[in-house]
Design a protein around this ligand. Structure first.
Ligand SMILES: Nc1ncnc2c1ncn2[C@@H]1O[C@H](COP(=O)(O)OP(=O)(O)O)[C@@H](O)[C@H]1O
Ligand SMILES: C=C(OP(=O)(O)O)C(=O)O
Ligand SMILES: [Ca+2]
Ligand SMILES: [Mn+2]
Length: 662
């Protein structure tokens, strides 16, 4: 039986399971050999290729469009060749330096590296892809709207710190910056924006002049053009077809391109054919810093918005959220000009069509609570409220993953699969399993996935007018009730205040909660004065009869240190009760200081936690903490006291009276 022929390692595909390998004599597995002792592979069908090159050329094929391409219709339609040419011209125009006569010569696809990659590395040991062409002679290679698998290959091949995780997600590092840099955000102040935007104390818009913007733009464009290749994404914002915005993102990394692929709305191949000129362009130079000798620059990071030029430049940060939130700022300018309210909120819809908005600062639960297995997800972070109802601005979600658990957040857990970008997580070197508890790189670990990765996403991501407006606060002082019903004036008061208090980073050794007030629950992203958005919200809530709620997703039974964070299942029960309308027949009591209406009971929740006072053992400490927080609210609201909100003076007065009283 153990013949004398040559070994054949399963050429007919059955060596492993066809009894060929078994523990026979001497403990060594027997290896199947062919009866006649000659190695051949006659039983397997042969490949229809004569050479290796031919075989490889067969591996990839071009997919057919789902509907006939527009090019085929009508006598005036463009040929495919002309369309491609126009597209390259448009990209060249985007990448044009404004001080030279023409844009760069752009070609689609990856630059060819001569010889094998190992040869190239041997020759140029320190700079494998060293590019020695002057910029005037060089071609800019454009990787245009690549698919996720192609972007994976690019990232894993060329970008340090990019790995495949065990669930199929792409694990990446965002570099030195693991969060946004609000102090480095600049907006060009010109004749128009001087009057239109919110400037000065409290405003997120730090000014710069047009000339300085051009210096930074030139720097970013020159850097991008000096690379072997750049990534270009053409995508959409806003699921409301009447108010869809076309955006182009030029970036240096596959990670950035995949991130935006997931986060913006993905055009169909047919929509991409008709894309034309973008409404707004981002130049993301990532790690390449700004020049600190440049006027207005206070660090080597700069995120610059020029509304008149419809452009944004990013220098000196690779944190991808900067692009997402930069576009959100843009929408906070464009949409209100069309009488549409832009919202930093999550949004979902019940089976009966009841829509809820979830406002809140970072970490308060917008993503977690809008992702609800019993409801349809419209979006987790950025929405518009127009006369047509609500629409998501984005095509994806951006979830925090610190301490993520399969049990508590199954839908988010399952969304972290092939196509998803996970940032700054730590994983096992061998199994590539992510350890979601590991904060070694940052506490702000993130996952960006297309919204359809959530099983009950509502596609298209639009819905009718909201029924409930839920304001989330993570109150680490532990004095705000887990839930209270708000009247319109209170809703506006808390919306303008935009309160949350998280615990400061443990590394600083600070154990005290720190209060944050951020107007409209997103002061970092609004462009006009907060009262402008507040007035629109009041008007819409009134018109469509929406009810306001304040939900504390933070501490109970004491401040951070003595109490505990309210359990997520309790918060979910509270949210369920809001959605179901069961609260509307409940009895309420009014709290001291904040004057909040709290329900006396909710099925499935211990009654004593509903009134924070009852959950604190130390009543004196409770009163002290309550007054302290009330004082912080009052102080924060002082700047708004001199503003009129909306057309109605009565509402302004009511809002001022809706704050804490003591
Ligand atoms: N009671 C609670 N309600 C909401 N989130 C909670 C609660 N307890 C703990 N968490 C955690 O707090 C975080 C909320 O973050 P996230 O939903 O991403 O906020 P946002 O989208 O508003 O930035 C999640 O990590 C979630 O697991
Ligand atoms: C991306 C962000 O969103 P959030 O933390 O609200 O989910 C952010 O604020 O940087
Ligand atoms: Ca946010
Ligand atoms: Mn979120």
């Amino acid at each position: 039986m153990a013949g004398n022929g040559e070994f054949s390692f399963g050429s007919n595909g059955n060596a492993a399971n066809g009894g060929g390998v078994e523990n026979g004599n001497g403990g060594l597995p027997k290896i199947q050999t062919h009866k006649n002792g000659v190695c051949h592979d006659g039983t397997a069908p042969t490949v229809k290729a004569q050479t290796i090159d031919e075989l490889h050329s067969m591996q990839k094929k071009r997919s057919n469009p789902t509907t006939p391409s527009k090019g085929a219709e009508g006598a005036f339609a463009l040929s495919e060749e002309d369309r491609q040419k126009q597209q390259l011209q448009s990209i060249s125009a985007s990448l044009a330096s404004l001080t030279r006569e023409t844009g760069p010569k752009v070609v689609k696809g990856e630059p060819q590296i001569k010889g094998s990659s190992t040869d190239a590395q041997k020759v140029h040991h320190h700079a494998p892809n060293f590019n020695n062409s002057d910029s005037a002679l060089k071609f800019t290679h454009v990787l245009y709207n690549l698919s996720p698998p192609e972007l994976y290959e690019q990232a894993i091949k060329y970008e340090n710190g990019s790995f495949l995780s065990s669930s199929g997600a792409l694990a990446t590092l965002s570099g030195a910056k693991t969060g946004r840099s609000p102090r480095d955000k600049r907006v060009v102040k010109d004749e128009t924006t001087e009057d239109e935007l919110w400037w000065g104390k409290g405003s997120p818009n730090i000014e710069m002049d047009g000339h300085t913007f051009m210096l930074n733009r030139e720097r970013a464009v020159d850097y991008l053009n000096s690379l072997d290749k750049v990534f270009v994404n053409d995508q959409f914002l806003n699921w409301d077809p009447e108010h869809r915005i076309k955006v182009r993102i030029v970036s240096a990394r596959a990670y950035h391109s995949l991130f935006m692929h997931n986060m913006c709305i993905r055009p169909t191949p047919e929509e991409l054919e008709d894309f034309g000129t973008p409404d707004f362009t981002i130049y993301n130079a990532g790690k390449f810093p700004c020049n600190r000798y440049t006027h207005y620059m206070t660090s080597s990071t700069s995120i610059d918005i020029h509304l008149a030029r419809k452009e944004m430049v990013i220098l000196g940060t690779q944190y991808a959220g900067e692009m997402k939130k930069g576009l959100f700022s843009l929408m906070h300018y464009l949409m209100p000009k069309r009488q549409i309210l832009s919202l930093h909120s999550g949004c979902n819809m019940g089976k009966e069509g009841d829509v809820a908005l979830f406002f809140g600062l970072s970490g308060t639960g917008k993503t977690t609570l809008s992702t609800d297995h019993n409801r349809l997800l419209i979006g987790d972070d950025e929405h518009c409220w127009s006369d047509n109802g609500v629409s998501n601005i984005e095509g994806g979600c951006y979830a925090k993953c610190i301490d993520l658990s399969r049990e508590k957040e199954p839908d988010i857990w399952n969304a972290i699969k092939f196509g998803t970008v996970v940032e700054n997580v730590v994983f096992d070197e061998y199994t590539r399993e992510i350890d979601y508890t590991d904060k070694s790189v940052t506490e702000n670990t993130r996952a960006a996935y297309p919204i359809e990765y959530i099983p009950n996403a509502k596609i298209p991501c639009v819905g009718p007018h909201p029924k409930n407006v839920i304001l989330l606060a993570c109150d680490a002082f532990g004095v705000l009730p887990p839930v209270s019903k708000l009247n319109l004036a209170q809703t506006m008061y808390h919306f303008i205040s935009g309160y949350t208090a998280l615990v400061a980073g443990t590394e600083e050794g600070v154990k005290e909660p720190r209060a944050t007030f951020s107007a409209c629950f997103g002061a970092a992203f609004i462009m006009m004065h907060p009262t402008r958005y507040a007035a629109m919200l009041a008007e819409k809530m009134q018109k469509h009869g929406a009810t306001g709620w304040l939900v504390n997703t933070g501490w109970s039974g004491g401040s951070y240190g003595s109490g505990n964070r309210i359990k997520l299942p309790y918060t979910r029960k509270i949210i369920d009760a809001i959605h179901s309308g069961s609260f509307l027949n409940a009895s309420f009591s009014k709290t001291e200081v904040f004057g909040l209406e709290i329900p006396n009971e909710i099925e499935g929740i211990p009654a004593e936690i509903l009134e924070p006072k009852n959950s604190w053992k130390d009543k004196e400490a409770y009163n002290e903490t309550l007054l302290k927080l009330g004082g912080l609210f009052k102080k924060n609201f002082e700047v708004f006291a001199s503003y009129k909100i909306g057309k109605d003076n009565k509402l302004t007065e009511e809002i001022l009276a809706a704050g804490p009283i003591f």
